[in-house]
Structures are given as C-alpha cells and as structure tokens.
Design a protein around this ligand. Structure first.
Ligand SMILES: Nc1ncnc2c1ncn2[C@@H]1O[C@H](COP(=O)(O)OP(=O)(O)OP(=O)(O)O)[C@@H](O)[C@H]1O
Length: 364
C-alpha cells in the first residue's frame, strides 16, 4: 500500500505552548483515519497543519510523496469539511458547489459534470437552486461535503463535521460518510471527540492526548488491547472498570489481589510475560463480566456480589454490583430485571481483560 499522507517530526507551538510535539504519522492511500481525543488534545491543530491553515513550527508534511509543508492550502490536493459548514450565504447551493472550480478556471462543461455527480451522490439535486438559509443543518453539511467532493481531491479532511447536528441526523450522515468512503476510496482524515463515530467509521484510530498519539490501531485492537490505562478509560461507554491492587502467584497461576479480594488471572492475554508481583490495575469492561445464567462452562472462578443499582438503557441495563469494598459495573440484557440487594454470581472474562502497571500505566 502506498502512503497518502506522511507527517514527519511535526511540531507546532502557539507562543510558549507546545501543542504538537515531534509527531510522526503515516496514512495509507484510501485509508479512513480518525483523530480522536478529548477537547484540547491537538487534533484540530494537526488537521489544520495538514490542510495548510497553520504554519508548522518544525517537521514536514508529505501528500502523495510531495512535500507540501509550505504550500498554500489550495495547492495541496485536499478538500476540507468543517463543523460550521462555511457556505457562502448569498450563493445558491449550485453556486456554492461550482464557485471554487470557476475561480480555478476549470472548463464549464467539466464543472457541470462534477456538480451533477456530487449532487447525485449526496442526494442534494432538489436543493441546487436554494440558498443555505433555506436548508436544514444536515442539508447544509451535505452541501459542504459536496463542495469538497467536486474538487476531485486525493485527501478529504473533516473537522467534527457532524457535531452541530442532532443525534438522529448525526447517525444518518455518519452512515452516508461511510458509504461515500466505500464508493470513492479516497483517503479521509476525520477529527472527532465522539468515540462512536471513531469506532464505526475508522480503518484506524489515532488516540491523541496532550499533542501526542497514544495509540494508532484498528478500532477493535484499541478496544480490546488498549496500550495504556488512558486509552482503556477513554474508549468504551459505559467505561471500563478499574480495580487497584497487586499482582501475585497462587498454585503456579497469576492472580490479582484487590485489597480484600483475589481474582485468578488464568488465561490472561499478556503483552509479554506477566510480572509475578508489583502494584497493578485490573481493567474489565462492563460487557466482559458474565452474571448468573450467562455463566457458562470455562469460567473457572465464580464470585458473588450484591446488586447496588440498576440502570435500564433499553436493549441493555447497567448493573452496579457491590463486591467487598468495590463497585463493579456490568452490562446485562435489558430484558432481565434485578432487585437492589439481590445476590448475583459473576465471573470476569479474563482473556478480554487488561492489566496495567500502576506506575507507568502501560498494559502488561
Ligand atoms: N490560535 C491559538 N492560539 C493559542 N492556543 C491555541 C490556538 N488554537 C488552539 N490553541 C490551543 O492548542 C490546544 C489544542 O487545540 P485544538 O483545537 O487542536 O484541540 P482539539 O483537540 O481539536 O480540541 P477541540 O475538540 O476542543 O477542538 C488547546 O490547548 C488550545 O487551547
């Protein structure tokens, strides 16, 4: 596979504030890469550097093997879609789509062809004569995507394109963007703080924190094998359970002592060899805890806990279990009701758990 966008040793500072620090990132041709992170982690700054909207402090950016670090945005072969649509209010949809091409002196027939194709793909043909004020938020964002589409670029950059839309429209347009990528096969770089968008759209997700990429992997790898405690806690809703304690050995098998309780770690999928002692954190997702009738064979260690709270969420419920000094959340089928104070049996799916070193917070 060829590299589409290559970022080498990129740094960017606003005055004394270093926002991006010696960042390296290679994005493959046709890849859908999502930059995900909490507010202020630098994901928009990185996207704006790729777009040429910010001057970098150090490092280089290549698009299709061409060094574009100091090129104007219009000469980089990119199309950008912003959260705020950024449409020209006085122009019709059709004019919004064609204007950039006219400025770039693209022949009239070619402009018509591209506008027709983009409006067909995005199903905005009936809207071509309207002005942005006469469109809904979802329609405006479709036009904004269309404006990037007509430019026939190698790389699409999206900066939180769905965050101004309500939940229903957001999920509809999310599917459309995914379809668009499937049919166009362009490289897409997409900034969001929404983990559902990231998980559903991305070929790979780059999780950022403090201007540094913490993990760059396929969504399922990030979900099941987070490199550190931060990534583990950031991805997943409801969040992963974390129990603080110590590693140990019992009868030749690794165990985890969480103060008053000991869990067997038999079957744990360690990165290397699990240390036999030392302070650690055991992380288990709420859906990786089986309770009662879902306890099938193979879970050799069953514990008993008391239901402290039940949160029905529709298809699922979240059960809060009190176990010794700990509160553990478990995702269960929404059709089964539980009573507060009821005793339930549970087992951890240890092969899907993560153990982190308490100090470095890295997955062991
Ligand atoms: N023009 C600027 N001048 C000074 N600091 C800035 C400027 N733009 C951004 N920053 C700072 O750089 C950091 C990264 O900002 P950036 O917008 O890239 O974050 P983000 O991850 O995209 O967050 P958000 O989701 O809130 O947009 C923040 O701490 C922000 O305050």
């Amino acid at each position: 596979m060829n590299t589409s966008v290559s970022i080498k040793d990129l740094s960017l500072s606003f005055g004394a504030v270093d926002v991006l620090k010696n960042l390296d990132l290679d994005i493959q041709d046709g890849e859908f890469l999502v930059l995900l992170g909490s507010s202020g982690c630098g994901k928009s700054t990185l996207l704006n550097c790729i777009a040429g909207l910010l001057d970098v402090t150090g490092g280089q950016i290549f698009i299709k093997d061409k060094n574009v670090t100091w090129l104007e945005p219009k000469d980089r072969g990119i199309g950008m879609v912003f959260q705020s649509y950024a449409l020209y209010p006085q122009m019709t949809v059709e004019k919004n789509l064609s204007f950039g091409l006219q400025v770039a002196k693209v022949p009239k027939a070619e402009i018509e062809k591209r506008v027709k194709r983009a409006s067909e793909i995005l199903q905005i043909e009936p809207l071509l004569k309207r002005k942005p004020a006469e469109l809904s938020g979802g329609q405006r964002q479709r036009v904004a995507i269309g404006r990037a589409l007509v430019r026939d670029v190698d790389v699409f950059l999206f900066d939180e394109p769905l965050s101004n839309l309500d939940a229903k429209l957001r999920s509809e347009l999310r599917v459309e963007i995914k379809r668009l990528h499937q049919s166009l096969e362009n490289t897409m770089i997409y900034v969001t703080h929404d983990q559902i968008e990231a998980m559903t759209l991305a070929d790979r997700i780059a999780i950022m924190r403090g201007g540094v990429i913490q993990q760059l992997d396929e969504p399922t790898t990030i979900y099941n094998r987070p490199v550190n405690r931060y990534v583990a806690g950031f991805i997943g809703s409801p969040p992963m359970n974390f129990l603080e304690g110590e590693l140990g050995m019992k009868d030749g098998e690794p165990v985890f002592h969480a103060e008053d309780i000991t869990f067997s770690l038999k079957g744990y999928d360690a990165n290397g060899t699990l240390p036999e002692s030392g302070k650690a954190v055991l992380g288990v997702r709420p859906e990786h805890i089986m309770i009662d009738r879902n306890l099938t064979g193979g879970h050799n260690e069953v514990h008993e806990a008391v239901v402290d709270l039940e949160e029905p969420m529709g298809a699922d419920s979240l059960l809060w279990l009190k176990y010794g000094k700990h509160l553990i959340t478990v995702r269960v089928n929404g059709n089964t009701r539980y009573k507060v104070g009821q005793t339930v049996r549970f087992a951890l799916d240890i092969p899907l758990a993560s153990v982190f070193d308490a100090k470095s917070e890295l997955r062991l």
